[in-house]
Design a protein around this ligand. Structure first.
Ligand code: GUN
Length: 282
């Protein structure tokens, strides 16, 4: 089975659009997401365009602030401060990566935690690990939704997550633990990685290397979640971390790239923006 994130994303966005339609009457306005893009990295431009497109589909007001790569850290922090204090702004997102002269940790920490729709702020990260109410990071949240929609049982299963980044590997491991899976976090330096990944009932790969996971690394019948977004060096086409053609026949379910986890990330960003908006209405 191929788990389509595109399909689930579409139906979730349609449901959110129905909900958002009721907001002007209930609350006097729709949610507002402000995205800051520094520089002109083509990947970042494409992500930011996707976020604006999804906002339009859901009925969320989207402002994209574009600044040159030469902007100073001080000026960027000043813009964030203004947005923090603007009651009409519900969500703030600074597209990463940032130019080298800007400290991303400082920028992420400057965003008010209540408006941090990425779920990257240290307070949201801490709340996640303490099992407290927080903004969940979009990709991990999207992965759990995909597994549930595909009726994959998580409780009691052996999960192996390959990758330990702050954005995906670590938070998705925590969310899977919360679902009562037994979770192993592996990485590119794990010794005999194949013997570890072969134990997985559910294998989540977020390592950022094309075709990193080969057929010998997957237990027959496993569920494989591919978080990678890479360019295939041979075809220059978008591809994941998993050798899809080799593994699709042996996995019981697998997410494709594109059309798997990616669309869910943006959908969860929309959901987070609505959640931040609604928390303010109480
Ligand atoms: N760059 C790549 N992915 C992301 C993301 O999820 N959020 C932000 N802010 N930047 C990114």
């Amino acid at each position: 089975m191929i788990i389509s994130g595109k399909e689930l994303a579409l139906s979730l966005k349609q449901e959110m659009a129905q909900e958002v339609k009721t907001f002007p009457e209930k609350y006097g306005r729709v949610p507002q997401l402000t995205v800051i893009l520094v520089g002109e990295d083509p990947g970042s431009v494409s992500y930011v365009t996707g976020k604006a497109k999804a906002s339009a589909e859901v009925g969320i007001a989207n402002t994209t602030i574009r600044k040159p790569a030469t902007i100073s850290e001080e000026e960027l922090l000043g813009i964030i401060d203004e947005l923090n204090n603007d009651d009409a702004v519900d969500g703030i997102l600074v597209q990463l990566p940032l130019p080298k002269h800007i400290d991303p940790d400082k920028v992420i920490a400057a965003i008010k935690a209540e408006k941090d729709v990425d779920g990257f702020h240290p307070m949201n990260v801490a709340r996640l690990w303490l099992k407290q109410d927080c903004v969940l990071p979009c990709t991990p949240k999207g992965i759990i939704k995909l597994l549930k929609r595909a009726n994959v049982e998580i409780a009691g299963k052996e999960v192996v997550v390959v990758g330990r980044s702050n954005i995906v590997g670590l938070p998705v491991s925590k969310l899977l633990l919360n679902e009562n899976a037994t979770v192993t976090v592996a990485h590119s330096r794990t010794k005999d990685l194949a013997s570890v990944t072969r134990r997985a009932d559910i294998l989540v790969v977020a390592i950022g290397k094309p075709k990193f996971v080969t057929a010998d690394m997957v237990k027959p019948g496993a569920v494989v979640i591919d978080v990678g977004v890479n360019r295939d060096p041979e075809t220059n086409k978008l591809c994941g971390d998993v050798d899809f053609a080799a593994i699709e026949p042996i996995a019981s379910a697998i997410t494709p790239v594109p059309g798997g986890v990616g669309p869910m990330t943006i959908t969860c960003l929309m959901e987070n923006t609505i959640e931040c908006f609604l928390r303010k209405q109480k």
